[in-house]
Design a protein around this ligand. Structure first.
Ligand code: FEO
Length: 170
């Protein structure tokens, strides 16, 4: 059964996903201004992924008979101390989103909402990937941190990021 409690929690997750998109687009703007076009490209791809996540929740809520209510999104930071600081923030943010998804899963379990459990499984897997991807960049930047040349090479490497293939539906 699709309960009001579950509806509210899923609706809030759209807000979290759109907020993530906003944060990453702002990080892309920061990297553009710092002449790191590759890091900026990576963040733009991340923005696109978050929009896709938001739409998954949007469509799911409507398929259950609910109506999405969009909430206000706070202004994201536009300055960071360094590329490492920005990616560390991104990792911390993904860890928070993972926690949100796990809380949703627990709620769906409590509410015996089996369609939501099935829907959320995709996100549980996706968050493992999200943390791995961002965490990988954090580790790479740590390795080259004091080397301008290393950062330049990494920037070029991250410029290659393309939209990922859609994971198969469960
Ligand atoms: Fe939608 Fe990056 O979590």
């Amino acid at each position: 059964m699709y309960t009001p409690k579950m509806h509210q929690a899923l609706n809030e997750q759209i807000h979290h996903e759109l907020e993530s998109a906003y944060i990453y687009l702002s990080m892309a703007a920061y990297f553009e201004s710092e002449n790191f076009p590759g890091f900026a490209q990576w963040m733009k791809m991340q923005f696109e992924e978050e929009m896709e996540h938001a739409f998954r929740f949007f469509d799911f809520i409507h398929s259950r008979g609910g109506q999405v209510k969009l909430l206000a999104i706070a202004e994201p930071p536009d300055k960071y101390e360094s590329p490492l600081a920005a990616f560390k923030k991104a990792l911390a943010h993904e860890q928070k989103i993972t926690n949100d998804i796990h809380n949703l899963y627990s709620l769906a379990t409590d509410e015996k909402d089996y369609p939501s459990l099935s829907f959320l499984q995709w996100f549980i897997d996706e968050q493992v990937e999200e943390e791995e991807n961002v965490g990988g960049v954090v580790e790479d930047i740590k390795r080259v941190q004091d080397s301008e040349h290393g950062l330049l090479m990494l920037d070029r490497e991250l410029a290659q990021r393309q939209p990922g293939p859609e994971k198969e539906e469960a």
